[in-house]
Design a protein around this ligand. Structure first.
Ligand code: SAM
Length: 330
């Protein structure tokens, strides 16, 4: 018997079907327009995703990447709360629902899921795509404007993926305040200096509301990065779709999606002892790891062959991983 397809595979084939329903030039044109809109001065007063062509293009072009970024963030969070799984989930500014797919790829089973967004065409396509994922069969797709009037009923998990960038400062604050109705809040943004700054702003607000950071930071005190000098971000590998190749050209089979995130919770969590914050440098007989550590500092450590098993672990360690691996914690 064949193993059931993973949510990632199902998402990919479902998006390919959506795209197949659009004339290729229309899809590429819509992607060009969206890229321009997202580069332009945001926030906007009206939804950027206006119609089905916009939304289908957005979904085919961006959803695999936002899915992988959110999945990476959720995996780091899950690592800090072993044995826990959300009993309910609300996706704020959820659009076509990439984060809902990432949640189903992280934790088995079903749970009540609500997606809130102000763009009706995005919700409609999200509902259509979700029909391929049994864990999202009962998801509710609801129109809502993120702003001072937003309230969220108590829920185990709130996700906010690639949304802060589209909001004014006041609406970002309103969103984070509404999200504090949840037990756990996971926020993901583009891995740019601006995306990182928005994540830090939300992180500070969540901590003031009584949350603790479970990932990526090993602590809930101030980020040791001096504003403007650097930015904390990570990378998730994403297979490129035919639309990617059509729009961006080239023949690379994958892209690396850079993202910044924070996972904060009221649950008892065990954050990593340290987090690898850059791609490890592997040299002859040694691995250089750039770490963010518990005592609020950034520190480079060199692991050599003399460290035995730890050296082997360092060679397998990736950007974004906890260090040392949990099974090697003293
Ligand atoms: C870049 S998309 C991200 C969608 C989805 N979270 C993902 O990761 O693929 C941003 C989403 O935020 C929604 N959005 C932006 N401003 C909003 C607002 N004020 N109220 C509700 N939704 C909003 C947009 O309609 C869009 O679906």
């Amino acid at each position: 018997m064949n193993a059931p397809a993973s949510p990632a595979d199902t998402l990919r084939t479902t998006l390919a079907d959506v795209l197949a329903g659009l004339p290729p030039t229309q899809a590429a044109g819509a992607v060009d327009r969206l890229i321009a809109a997202y580069r332009g001065a945001t926030p906007t007063d009206v939804p950027i995703l206006r119609d089905r062509a916009d939304v289908a293009a957005y979904a085919a072009y961006r959803m695999p990447a936002t899915f992988e970024a959110v999945r990476s963030a959720l995996a780091a969070f899950a690592d800090a709360v072993p044995g826990w799984a959300p009993g309910s989930h609300v996706d704020l500014g959820g659009g076509t629902g990439a984060a809902t797919w990432a949640v189903t790829a992280t934790w088995e089973g079903t749970r009540p899921v609500t997606v809130l967004d102000w763009a009706e065409p995005a919700l409609a396509l999200g509902r259509e795509i979700a029909a391929a994922n049994p864990a999202l069969a009962d998801a509710r797709w609801q129109r809502a404007r993120i702003g001072s009037g937003l309230t969220v009923d108590h829920t185990d998990l709130v996700t906010v993926s690639y949304v802060l960038n589209e909001l004014s400062e006041a609406d970002r604050a309103a969103l984070v305040d509404a999200a504090t109705a949840a037990q756990t809040v996971v926020i993901v943004e583009a891995g740019t200096p601006a995306g990182y700054a928005r994540v830090i702003e939300a992180r500070d607000r969540l901590i003031r509301a009584g949350f603790r950071v479970a990932a990526p930071c090993p602590h809930s005190t101030a980020c040791p990065i001096q504003p403007g000098t650097d930015w904390c971000h990570f990378s998730a590998r994403v297979g490129r779709s035919s639309l990617h190749r059509q729009v961006k050209g080239g023949s690379l089979a994958y892209e690396d999606e850079k993202f910044a995130y924070v996972a904060a919770t009221r649950l008892p969590a065990e954050p990593a002892a340290a987090r690898v914050i850059r791609r490890p440098q592997i040299r002859k007989g040694q691995v250089l790891l750039d770490l963010c550590e518990v005592d609020e500092r950034l520190h480079r450590t060199t692991v050599t062959k003399r460290h035995g098993d730890l050296y082997k672990a360092a060679r397998d360690t990736d950007w974004g991983d906890a260090w040392p691996p949990r099974d090697r914690m003293p």
